[in-house]
Write a protein that binds this ligand. Structure first.
Ligand SMILES: NC(=O)c1ccc[n+]([C@@H]2O[C@H](COP(=O)([O-])OP(=O)(O)OC[C@H]3O[C@@H](n4cnc5c(N)ncnc54)[C@H](OP(=O)(O)O)[C@@H]3O)[C@@H](O)[C@H]2O)c1
Length: 286
């Protein structure tokens, strides 16, 4: 198999592994983001809600890399999805980042207050203005994707959802593959809980890899899937992208799929009605 660190989605090249930045704030956070870039991360995931866009922008500039080498994602919170707020929040984000554009602008969570069509039109407007190259969503279920894609004909690059060995995303992934979208997996190492899994430890021992590395490998070995692990420590940042020199067998992939138990770490009262976890070992392969 050809090892690759990028994926082509809708003709765009995106690094399969990115840096999650929730909690990476202040000088320490900025240092961690800078370390990650030095170690080779080229996709950075931020959000207005994380309060660290200034740090992300500064870390990228301090790296000395051209802006074009980084893939930067930002997200707008669900209570700011009215069209005038989308425009205002996007401008404020770009000011904090210190950039003219982001690569990907996401609806952070669906809103039950603002009609989806209005928000998607406002996002498309930001793309037309060149303030984002691509648009997408986060925490969208199959029903919400149907509305966005079938009813509103949105051209979505990505749906960022919680995805790790303890939570199946087979249904939503199958739909996204049909539309050629990227599923970017957040909380890909289940906030560190992967270390408690004997299955992941046993597989890791075969390759001298940690359970976190096995979980990340399992994710990026699936078509249309990327992942954005977060770490504040250089040793963990380094380990999390050291996953391109081994390959899980079909039996090992199936064993990791078999760990899905519907366990979620991001479930809030504003969350949509989630799709039922489906105990498929195929991840909804088309
Ligand atoms: N769209 C959304 O609604 C949404 C929701 C949640 C998260 N996200 C995004 O997804 C990113 C990742 O999620 P997350 O940060 O909650 O969870 P995560 O990446 O699954 O786990 C992060 C935790 O694992 C530890 N860790 C990381 N690498 C490790 C390693 N190699 N060995 C041991 N421990 C390790 C980190 O601690 P150390 O810092 O000590 O390494 C941290 O406590 C976020 O930062 C954010 O960008 C998006």
């Amino acid at each position: 198999m050809t090892q690759t660190t990028t994926r082509t989605i809708k003709g765009e090249t995106v690094p399969v592994l990115g840096l999650g930045t929730f909690g990476l704030t202040g000088p320490e956070g900025e240092n961690a983001i800078r370390s990650a870039i030095d170690l080779g991360y080229r996709q950075i995931d931020t959000a207005i809600r994380y309060g660290n866009e200034t740090e992300v922008g500064r870390a990228i500039r301090a790296s000395g890399l051209p802006r074009s080498e980084l893939f930067v994602t930002c997200k707008i919170w669900f209570d700011d999805l009215a069209p005038d707020m989308v425009a205002r929040r996007t401008g404020e984000s770009l000011d904090r980042l210190g950039f003219d554009f982001v690569d990907l602008l996401l609806i952070h969570w669906p809103s039950s207050d603002t009609p989806m069509g209005e928000t998607l039109a406002a996002f498309a407007e930001e793309r037309a203005k060149g303030r984002t190259r691509l648009i997408g969503v986060s925490n969208f279920t199959c029903a919400l994707l149907d509305e966005a894609l079938d009813v509103h004909k949105a051209d979505l690059f990505c749906n960022q959802v919680e995805y790790h060995p303890f939570l199946s995303q087979a249904k939503v992934l199958a739909k996204m593959r049909r539309w050629g979208m990227l599923l970017n997996a957040y909380q890909p190492i289940a906030r560190g809980k992967v270390f408690d899994s004997e299955v992941l430890n046993a597989i890791g021992r075969q390759y001298a890899k940690s359970p976190a590395q096995v979980a990340l490998r399992w994710l990026i070995q699936q078509e249309n899937v990327g992942a954005i692990p977060r770490s504040s420590r250089p040793e963990n940042l380094r380990a999390n992208i050291d996953v391109f020199d081994f390959e899980l067998t079909p039996a090992e992939m199936a064993a990791v799929h078999g760990l899905a138990s519907g366990r979620r770490f991001s479930d809030f009262d504003w969350a949509p009605a989630w799709d039922e976890p489906m105990p498929s070992h195929e991840g909804g392969r088309p």
